[in-house]
Design a protein around this ligand. Structure first.
Ligand code: XFA
Length: 416
């Protein structure tokens, strides 16, 4: 009997090469792995993980196993599985239930499958696993020591379970760690979104007027990288403080209505709907390029674009040309879906290293705090957050200063 279901176990060798490549780029997890391997603090722990089955996730689950845990893995999204990686992990004896292109029924079957081991710790990305355990396996939920959650979406769902008093075990909100969200939004999405635009179009960024909608962490990351490549960056915002920050950071700030007339490339990063709407498209120059790096596929009003167009065609992979009635051509990338995922490869491994190191240390913390944490959402302890940054700095050979005793006392005193 085999304890896995993957697309093709013969892909294992290829998967191992991918995982090894990621390991060279994930020094923090590798450092944690060395310590866990020696101390075995996770001995006997059964972990069920519902995460994107990628080479980076493989580095995490190998690390948890080094600490003595037995790990089962299902995909947290039916389309994100790297089949080679799933095969490699299955071949190494992990209980993996994941393949790219699972249908809805198969997706939930896989999640139920990893719960068969009766895990004491559950790791999740998006909340599907947490919700399913509570709904279908209430007795198991009662016995679970704790869990972690990787994303904002999952945290929102868990927050609502907490409010209704139905949450049965403590969950660490990994997304709220500074070494997670500051780095993956700004540096991960910042770089990979520009990367996706370049892979899709092969345009020269230098000399382009790039309009970034939204100056949150994602918008900041994109604006910073676009400027670094020589673009003239324009930021649009609805929040006056953020708009002022963008201006004082040296970017042009204007309304989308003004920006629409002059932009060459538009990148949405707001989390809201119809940020680029009909009236904006009507003002755009011939050849304008539209990409979304924000929320699913809702930031650009594609229905409006469709209705303004007299024809459309695919001119390159991930580039669709819309010809408007007056002959102007507008190029939509990746069908308005997340350009960094569709046209590039998502977060680079170095960024996943920081978030997954928070995951690994949170698992260790849950084990250590057995029975001490309330059945609520908890932030990653700041000691863990700082530990992740510290190990990353060490891996870079960077030493920083420490407060002297005199300085520490000075900061703590209130007497002038
Ligand atoms: C795919 C991830 C999603 C892959 C997997 C395979 C490939 C490229 C779908 C994902 C997330 Cl929804 O990974 C990427 Cl070939 N990631 C996370 C990620 N991003 N997220 C950019 O890379 C963050 C996020 C997203 C998309 C937050 C909120 C909403 C959407 C998992 C992962 N990425 C590293 C992949 N390196 C190959 O492991």
């Amino acid at each position: 009997m085999v304890d896995y279901k993957v697309k093709d176990i013969r892909l294992a060798d290829e998967g191992r090469r991918l995982i090894e490549w990621a390991e060279t780029l994930m020094p923090v997890l590798m450092s944690i792995r060395r310590r866990l391997k020696e101390k075995k603090p996770l001995e006997g722990l059964k972990i069920a993980a519902c995460l994107h089955v990628t080479k980076e996730t493989a580095v995490l689950v190998r690390t948890l196993r080094s600490g003595g845990a037995q790990v089962s893995l299902a995909a947290s999204n039916p389309l994100s599985t790297q089949d080679e990686v799933a095969a490699a992990l299955a071949d190494e004896g992990f209980r993996v239930y994941a393949w790219r292109g699972e249908n809805k029924e198969e997706y939930f079957w896989c999640i139920r499958k990893i719960l068969e081991v009766e895990p004491s710790i559950v790791l999740d990305d998006g909340g599907d696993l947490h919700v399913l355990v509570h709904r279908e396996f209430p007795d198991l939920a009662e016995r679970i020591l704790g869990g972690t959650e990787e994303t904002t979406t999952g945290i929102v769902r868990l927050r609502s379970m907490e409010r209704e008093g139905v949450l049965k075990y403590p969950v660490i909100a990994v997304n709220n760690a500074l070494t997670k969200f500051l780095f993956d939004n700004r540096y991960g999405t910042g770089q990979s979104s520009i990367d996706g635009i370049i892979r899709a179009t092969n345009i020269l960024i230098a000399g382009k007027r790039v309009v970034v909608a939204g100056y949150g962490w994602v918008g900041r990351g994109i604006a910073m990288r676009a400027r670094g490549m020589g673009a003239h960056v324009i930021v649009t915002e609805v929040n006056p403080i953020r708009a002022l920050e963008a201006f004082m950071d040296g970017f042009e700030v204007m309304s989308m209505e003004e920006a629409a007339r002059i932009g060459d490339v538009f990148i949405t990063a707001t989390g809201n709907i119809k940020v680029i709407d009909r009236q904006h498209i009507e003002l755009m120059k011939d050849g304008a390029i539209l990409a979304n790096a924000g929320h699913f596929n809702v930031e650009i009003n594609i229905d409006a674009l469709e209705s303004l167009a007299s024809s459309k065609r695919i001119v390159r992979r991930n580039v669709e040309e819309y010809v408007l009635k007056d002959g102007r051509r507008i190029y939509l990338l990746a069908e308005g879906r997340l350009v960094n995922l569709v046209a590039a490869e998502g977060h680079p491994s170095e960024v996943m290293d920081l978030s997954f190191s928070n995951q690994a240390l949170s698992v260790e913390y849950l084990k250590k705090s057995s029975g001490l944490l309330s059945a609520k959402l908890h932030n990653v302890p700041s000691e863990i957050d700082e530990m992740v940054a510290k190990i990353k700095l060490e891996s870079l050979g960077i030493k920083i200063d420490e407060l002297t005793e005199e300085q520490r006392k000075y900061l703590e005193s209130w007497i002038i």
